[in-house]
Design a protein around this ligand. Structure first.
Ligand SMILES: [Zn+2]
Length: 137
């Protein structure tokens, strides 16, 4: 509540300062101040009414061992794709066009037998199809 009061009181304070020292304020400061107020209102709303969401968000950040952003740019599926590509003799599963290792990131992994039809979540049930085969499904 004090925080909201501070935000509400900061607006007339800003306007008074602007009234007496208009030469010190550039136009961009109005945008900065508006942004400051809006961001603080959002933070206030989240911490007041969405406490559970904030709690879960920080819990996920704290307990996750994987980085949120992969900075080294390596596709996490690269090894899996290489292995499946070799199993398929470096050919697309459907059209049998050759798979080139530098284009692996373009190919899509799919289940041979979909999970909802009783397929297993295992590497033996995975196929790799080229982008054109994938787009025609
Ligand atoms: Zn294909």
């Amino acid at each position: 509540m004090k925080y909201l009061l501070f935000l509400i009181l900061s607006i007339p304070l800003y306007l008074i300062l602007y009234k007496y020292y208009p030469d010190k304020f550039e136009e961009k400061y109005h945008y900065y101040f508006t942004g400051f107020i809006i961001i603080n209102l959002i933070i206030l709303y989240l911490f007041t009414y969405e406490t559970l969401f904030i709690y879960k968000l920080f819990q996920n950040i704290y307990y996750s061992d994987k980085p949120m952003v992969n900075l080294n740019g390596v596709d996490q599926n690269q090894l899996l794709k290489t292995q499946i590509s070799q199993n398929q003799m470096n050919q697309c599963y459907q059209c049998h066009n050759p798979i080139f290792s530098q284009d692996l990131y373009l190919y899509k992994l799919q289940y041979i037998q979909p999970l909802q039809l009783g397929g297993v979540n295992d590497i033996s049930n995975l196929k790799m199809v080229c982008p054109s085969c994938y787009s025609f499904q």
